[in-house]
Design a protein around this ligand. Structure first.
Ligand SMILES: NC(=O)C1=CN([C@@H]2O[C@H](COP(=O)(O)OP(=O)(O)OC[C@H]3O[C@@H](n4cnc5c(N)ncnc54)[C@H](OP(=O)(O)O)[C@@H]3O)[C@@H](O)[C@H]2O)[C@@H](O)CC1
Ligand SMILES: Nc1ncnc2c1ncn2[C@@H]1O[C@H](COP(=O)(O)OP(=O)(O)O)[C@@H](O)[C@H]1O
Ligand SMILES: [K+]
Length: 490
């Protein structure tokens, strides 16, 4: 599934119509589904439906008709001047004998719920004047709000603060990226019957979800032995931060690596998992690393100034590699581009800021653009720009003129914002590379599983090693079909 901009969703809508699918059916399904999701959550409250004059308002008029038809108390407030499908929705509502009051007549009523159908993807610019005041009045009423498609006003201010948002046909940027996501409350996605061919658009970012990630899980053959399922070399560590390579090793083992070796400077004390092989080194050199015979490498975690030397020594192994933390320097990335190895780099916004030479705030504001810029600068390397949510980009070397492939993760949560969490991810991705996945597959599945493990283990004070420990359950649940995407109804 894809992540849509308003424009991309309009194009999908137009494709559906061009295929012969009547747009009125989409509006009918949108309004009916929004009404039934509202009732599921707020049964027993009177419903005030606020409708704009566009198609979002049309969805609201359909919802109001069904609510009344099902016998629920409903009051309708709508702008004048609907055209097209929304005008048909208005007629149908009037035919059911409902009255429509002007929006200016709305006053908060105790024990009611507001259905926000003022504006959706058609909003151009911030709300002002009457509509801005109406949105503020709704927010200040303290009443629960269900938003149709998007909380009205997003992505600008002011906007509705919703308790539930019924996303229509596909997820939009605002449903996934903060701060807008916080305005949506809980999100439920309704397909509204849109033909899948109309929604297909591989130029859009992929949303990593259970359906697309499950088939990537590596199979473990019955005759597996530790040399067959992927050996991982973790190279990192320095005096001040010795936990990083250990967490990467734990992440790799908990993702199914057969054997993990941790190479680190001999003058630091590293305590990898009991099951890991230790390789203290006097200097970073490829001969010692070669002796490990790993199928994949994760390098740079906590390596400080040694990160560049460690990454360049690892490059000579010619193996799929994860570059993290102190390995993330321009000279390293350029060398890996030249080598053409399957490579995944996992910067957080601070590291991406160093590479792109733009402020990290700018990266946090527009992560997809930043990941895309990195992918274009380092063709062939898979970029994992960590955050909430993590985004991925990849410019395949063999298709330099096509736009990069993009993806956005849907798992993970803010309790994962603690030290060492990214180190675990490096180990996870390395284990998947060692198991034989391509760099694009390993990065996407690794990011998704890491977030899923974070969701399973979520609690205040969550520690990185606890996420690593939750990885086996995450993989099992994904395999057995026990995972719920966040937009699925409970
Ligand atoms: N995707 C799909 O397949 C389906 C989508 N559907 C639904 O359609 C929705 C999109 O509908 P849409 O395109 O009609 O836009 P919408 O959000 O109603 O807003 C347009 C109205 O807002 C007005 N307006 C704009 N900016 C403004 C401002 N700053 N301040 C004040 N006013 C402003 C603008 O006025 P105008 O400038 O035209 O005078 C116009 O009246 C989508 O979110 C979903 O709910 C479903 O029905 C079925 C399938
Ligand atoms: N709010 C959040 N939502 C989802 N994932 C998050 C959030 N905060 C952090 N994470 C995840 O936690 C990890 C943090 O990585 P990083 O900043 O590199 O940590 P460290 O450098 O301490 O190892 C990333 O995988 C990131 O996606
Ligand atoms: K809305």
């Amino acid at each position: 599934m894809y992540l849509y901009t308003a424009q991309a969703m309009r194009e999908a809508d137009q494709r559906a119509v061009a295929m012969g699918y009547p747009s009125l059916l989409l509006m009918e399904a949108a309004g009916k589904q929004a009404a039934s999701r509202l009732l599921q959550r707020f049964e027993g409250r009177a419903v005030d439906v606020l409708c704009g004059k566009g198609n979002n308002g049309g969805d609201g008029l359909v919802a109001a008709r069904w609510l009344a038809h099902w016998g629920h108390p409903v009051r309708v407030y709508a702008a004048e001047g609907q055209t097209g499908d929304a005008a048909v929705a208005r007629q149908a509502l009037l035919a059911h004998g409902l009255e429509i009051a002007p929006l200016s007549a709305w006053e908060p009523a105790p024990h009611s719920v507001v259905l926000d159908a003022l504006f959706g993807t058609g909003l151009r610019g911030p709300l002002e004047g009457f509509y801005a005041a109406l949105v503020e009045k709704v927010n200040q009423s303290g009443l629960p709000v269900v938003a149709v498609d998007l909380p009205s006003g997003l992505p600008h201010r002011p906007h509705i603060q919703a308790d539930l948002t019924v996303a229509l046909a596909g997820l939009k940027n605002e449903h996934l990226f903060y701060p807008h996501r916080a305005a949506c409350g809980r999100i439920v996605l309704e397909s509204i019957g849109m033909p899948p061919r109309a929604l297909h658009n591989p130029h859009l970012p992929e949303v990593l979800c259970k359906t697309s990630m499950r088939p990537l899980l590596p199979a473990r053959p019955g005759n597996a032995h530790k040399g067959l399922v992927g050996r991982v070399l973790v190279a990192g560590g320095y005096r001040s931060y010795t936990g990083a390579p250990s967490l990467a090793a734990l992440g790799a083992y908990r993702t199914g690596a057969g054997l993990v070796t941790v190479a680190y400077p001999a003058d630091c004390v590293v305590n990898p998992p009991l099951e890991a092989v230790r390789l203290p080194l006097l200097e970073w050199n490829h001969a010692d690393l070669q002796a490990v015979r790993a199928e994949a490498v994760a390098v740079g975690m906590g390596a400080a100034a040694g990160g560049v030397r460690a990454a360049l020594a690892a490059l000579e192994l010619g193996k799929p590699t994860v570059l993290d933390a102190d390995a993330l320097h321009k000279q390293v990335l350029s060398a890996y581009v030249k080598a053409g190895l399957p490579t995944v780099l996992t910067p957080h916004p601070g590291e991406a800021s160093r590479l792109l030479e733009i402020p990290s705030e700018q990266i946090a504001r527009a992560p997809l653009e930043a990941a895309q810029a990195l992918a274009e600068r380092y063709p062939g390397l898979v970029v994992v720009l960590k955050g909430g949510p993590t985004v991925l980009a990849w410019q395949p070397q063999e298709a330099p003129l096509s736009p990069p492939l993009l993806a956005v993760n849907s798992s993970g949560n803010p309790s994962m914002a603690t030290g060492g969490m990214g180190d675990v991810l490096s180990g996870v991705v390395a284990a998947l590379l060692a198991a034989g996945l391509s760099a694009w597959e390993a990065a996407r599945l690794g990011v998704y599983l890491h977030g899923l493990a974070g969701d399973l283990a979520s609690k205040p004070g969550l520690l990185a090693h606890e996420v690593a420990e939750a990885l086996p359950s995450a993989m099992r649940q994904l395999q057995l079909g026990g995972v719920r995407d966040f937009w699925e109804p409970c």
